[in-house]
Design a protein around this ligand. Structure first.
Ligand SMILES: [Zn+2]
Length: 455
């Protein structure tokens, strides 16, 4: 399968195109596309009244807050996007990748390491790029938490947490990223043309290791998980729900999400035979026990219908296509030199590949249009999953429809979520259907369900 689409790609990769101009053009076009989608959404923040279905839950004052929060976030995204395209453009124009690659080699040579040390050089190269992007993102992240979220009453983070989070993220990224990158490159170097399947096997195993290690090692660095109070009505309720659905519940935690933000959530994770449910303290504070249970019924609907596994499979196909389409660029004589990397001497055999990591990163710039299409497709999939999970919760009978509807509406109000969404904006940015869409679908399911019962 790999070979069949690599042949035309090899021809393309060897062509004397101005790859840098193509990458610049695609980056600009991609940013323009996202900007236009956002601009099309902007007038929605000036609509004078909420949708009729949510008029009661959104009294004028709350509605005004939600509109102003939505507008502030949209303008922030617009400004950040504009800066993003300038940064990406400058990075390409001034050959920053080639510079970082050379700087990594220089650093190695300074410490007395010479010769071909591609893996070590790649790790330093990745480190330099990560440092640059962290530093340039810093003012934006700071503004988002301490100005924007703060102004709308959501930020709970202290400046100390902000700084320690940043340092911890960098260390965790290095602790896991360095061995991952080393293995990633070693596999490609070792297996040559047939690396794709080995690499995918390795990446899958790595993900499984992360699933196990994340709650043990990474999460405790950032958050505190406390087992839900023994014998509390909420715990009993959720345990009864898990038993009813045969969900292999091992632990039930409350997480201190309120340390950083007032936004609320709940999720589950773990291996197939041992699952953990985590509920944000903010969700517990904002909702009744019955509502939290309904939210979890929705979450367990995702589990019951194997949505995480399905997403994993879709991602594997995506990764497969990505990994098997870039090797032709490794033997291209025009690709990397176009971005300021040294031209290969005329007598180098064509089989001697160019540096893997820079090729892989720059190659991905060419895929931007495909990634946009993918985003529409992925959102369509996750929305279908959301409707299915809602239907699952409603299908549990009793007053689940009412409770889930109430819970979602309450979360919407508390999170000041946007109420009017342009269809294109929604299709591109929303992994969930909008609240009116969900409520309407749930009503239809409930009607079908009670209709069936009467028959
Ligand atoms: Zn969901």
């Amino acid at each position: 399968m790999q070979g069949s689409f690599q042949l035309p790609l090899t021809r393309i990769a060897q062509s004397p195109y101005n790859w840098k101009a193509i990458a610049l053009g695609l980056t600009a076009a991609s940013s323009l596309f996202e900007t236009l989608i956002l601009i099309k959404q902007l007038p929605n923040y000036s609509k004078p009244a909420p949708p009729p279905a949510l008029k009661e839950q959104f009294p004028p004052e709350t509605y005004a807050k939600s509109q102003s929060y939505g507008r502030a976030k949209a303008l922030f995204t617009l400004a950040k996007g504009a800066w993003g395209v300038v940064e990406a453009g400058l990075t390409l124009y001034f050959d920053v990748y080639a510079w970082a690659w050379g700087a990594a080699a220089g650093t190695l040579a300074y410490f007395g390491y010479s010769g071909d040390r591609e893996i070590a050089q790649s790790i330093l190269f990745a480190g330099i790029l990560a440092l640059i992007s962290t530093v340039t993102a810093l003012p934006w992240d700071y503004y988002y938490s301490f100005v924007l979220e703060e102004a709308h009453g959501f930020n709970k983070m202290t400046r100390l947490t902000f700084v320690t989070d940043l340092l911890k993220s960098f260390l965790v990224g290095a602790a896991f990223g360095v061995p991952f990158l080393a293995a990633f490159l070693a596999i490609i170097k070792h297996f040559g043309q047939s690396f794709v399947y080995y690499l995918m096997g390795f990446m899958l195993a790595f993900q499984l290791v992360l699933v196990v290690l994340y709650p043990l090692v990474i999460q405790p660095l950032f958050n505190k998980l406390t087992p839900l109070e023994e014998g509390s009505t909420l715990k009993l309720r959720i345990e009864a729900l898990a038993t009813r659905l045969k969900f292999p519940l091992k632990h039930l935690y409350q997480i201190d999400g309120s340390k950083r933000s007032n936004h609320s959530n709940a999720y589950f994770y773990g291996l197939p035979w041992s699952k953990h449910i985590v509920i944000f303290d903010t969700l517990i504070d904002q909702s009744s026990d019955e509502e939290v249970e309904a939210v979890l019924a929705h979450e367990l609907g995702h589990w019951s219908m194997s949505h995480p596994t399905k997403m994993l499979l879709i991602n594997q196909v995506h990764i497969f296509l990505l990994l098997s389409s870039f090797p032709p660029f490794l033997t291209s004589r025009t690709f990397l030199p176009s971005f300021g990397f040294p031209t290969l001497p005329a007598d180098t055999p064509l089989t001697r590949p160019a540096p893997i990591l820079p090729t892989f990163l720059l190659f991905q710039l060419l895929l931007q249009p495909i990634e946009h299409v993918m985003q529409f497709a992925m959102n369509a999939v996750t929305r279908a999953f959301e409707y299915q999970a809602d239907a699952f919760a409603v299908g549990l009978g009793g007053d689940f429809r009412q409770r889930l509807g109430d819970a979602l509406t309450k979360l919407h109000v508390k999170n000041l979520s946007t109420l009017h969404v342009d269809w294109l904006y929604s299709a591109y940015h929303y992994s969930h259907p909008t609240l009116p869409e969900r409520l309407k679908a749930m009503d239809q399911m409930e009607m079908k369900r009670s209709g069936k019962k009467e028959l």
